[in-house]
Write a protein that binds this ligand. Sequence first.
Ligand code: ATP
Ligand code: MG
Length: 593
Amino acid sequence: MNKKIINKVIENNQVTNLTDYQECYQGFNWPNETQQPNIAYQAVDSHLNTPNEDKVALRWLGKKNQSIDFTYLDLAKQTSRFASVLHTLGFEQGNRVFSLAGRLPLLYIAALGTLKAGSVFTPLFSAFGPEPIRSRMEIGEANVLITTMSLYRKKVAKWWRELPHLKAVLLIDGSGELDDGCYALTELMALADASFACVQTSPEDMALLHFTSGTTGKPKGVVHVHQAVLAHKSSAYYALDLHATDIYWCTADPGWVTGTTYGIIAPLCLGATMIVDEAEFEVERWYHILEQQKVSVWYSAPTAIRLLMKAGEGIRAQYDLSNLRFIASVGEPLNPEAVIWSEQVLGLPFHDNWWQTETGAIMIANYASMPIKPGSMGLPLPGIEAGIVKRAKQENSLQDKQQDKQQDKQGKLELITRANEIGELALKEGWPSMFRGYLHQNEKYQRCFKQGWYLSGDLAYKDEQGYYWFVGRADDLIKSSGHLIGPFEVESALMEHEDVIEVGVIGIPDDIAGELVKAYVTLKSDVEPSEQLQKELKGFARKKLGAAVAPKEIVFRQNLPKTRSGKIMRRLLKARELGLPEGDISTLESDEQ
Ligand code: ATP
Ligand code: MG
């Protein structure tokens, strides 16, 4: 695809000559200053008195196969009731409301109701243990917690009174006699004002506080403002091709940024019908939902996709997926193999897109209207200026961290215009969903910006057609015999072997080469690990990658350590390999042991 076609891509999406975000927004009916820039208003109340009012906004599917529909009007009333509960209890604009609940309808209502009240919403993943819950609530200075009776008893009851800012716990299924400071939310909602008007917020008011996945270290509290909704809405339109006529399913939990931005806010802003499934991943269940609910746009993640691949084509053949028209993936690099598989087996290719908790919305994507290059993240969204940059004297700094700090302060950024050269993925600062801070870590926040660019910490390159290719996180880069090796390239090559289902690659110290490439491989369930297979995989990788890049060591694992949001924790593979402390493992889900 050449430059002309890239321009055409943008034309197909009806945007031309975009220089800044303002131009993208013109088509989105963004209110002027005298109207409401509140996220909840955009997502819910803006549909009142329109043909969307009686349309299903949210269809909730329960674990026991129950189903409840909420129209846009229902959501407007329920979210008003929740906002009114907060106000009646004395909570004000700017107060912090945390949630700790499974994917229950009230979680979604509380998220939007909190924003409607002008308060700040922070979702926590319900499978967290007491310690990660407590530490996040301490950092975030939580004023209110919404949870269920059982989660409260198991994880919160013992310590919540020690948190100085926390004044109330709203129990979704609470009833009867409750601890002091605890309230039966459903009962309060029944008495509350269903016509509570959305609080007028300014575009720069804090709206969301999200914690990062903790893949590379201690999770950070990321601050977003109401203005982010511009990017939520427009990015879903461009990158997910989402329209009001769609039945849409985002499989991410609202405990992570994807599950909030694209699992609550964006689909509602665009007037779509969104599916929420309370249950956890299960191959048959997922295929069944896609078929039965006639899902047309589906947004998921590489881990789930790899599990579907592992389950095989026989299961998929039992379902009619003819309503699906667009499928997308985010969160981790999507190996080319997965894109090819989905095209063959699902009949549609997965469209990879890239963003971070910090960016608040999709920044780079394979659009519906452009040919996908499997393995590539695609092109920047309209209004987003991306670039590949090098911090000054990066080579030296890799060897000497102290020196790096010195140079980092003074050094200039070099914008790499040469195709296929690896550098740090950067974004021109100023897009609406750009994070406005790391809570209580201003210096860390400032360090992310240089000469007008936000530095993402991810390494990538841009090809001749402008497509971006993920190489790895800067922390995960391997330096072996003078070569810089991104783990993704090695992982993807091994993924092409028919017996392999998942791979995590790290560098291990070596006296001569500096570092050696080591791969941890998960095999398909019906494949036995053997020395023979180890040798075969090494040879397979050498053929694809060359001897300098191919792994010198390959070991088999039943599972790889992952965050609860599904990302392989390479730092943990490394710490274990080297017998080093494991660091923050609050978001660790499955263990390799
Ligand atoms: P932490 O910052 O705490 O280490 P995290 O970076 O995993 O955690 P998130 O903000 O949830 O937390 O994830 C963003 C990161 O996920 C990106 O910086 C990138 O490394 C990875 N990522 C997201 N989408 C893609 C993609 N399409 N391809 C490759 N990597 C991706
Ligand atoms: Mg990160």
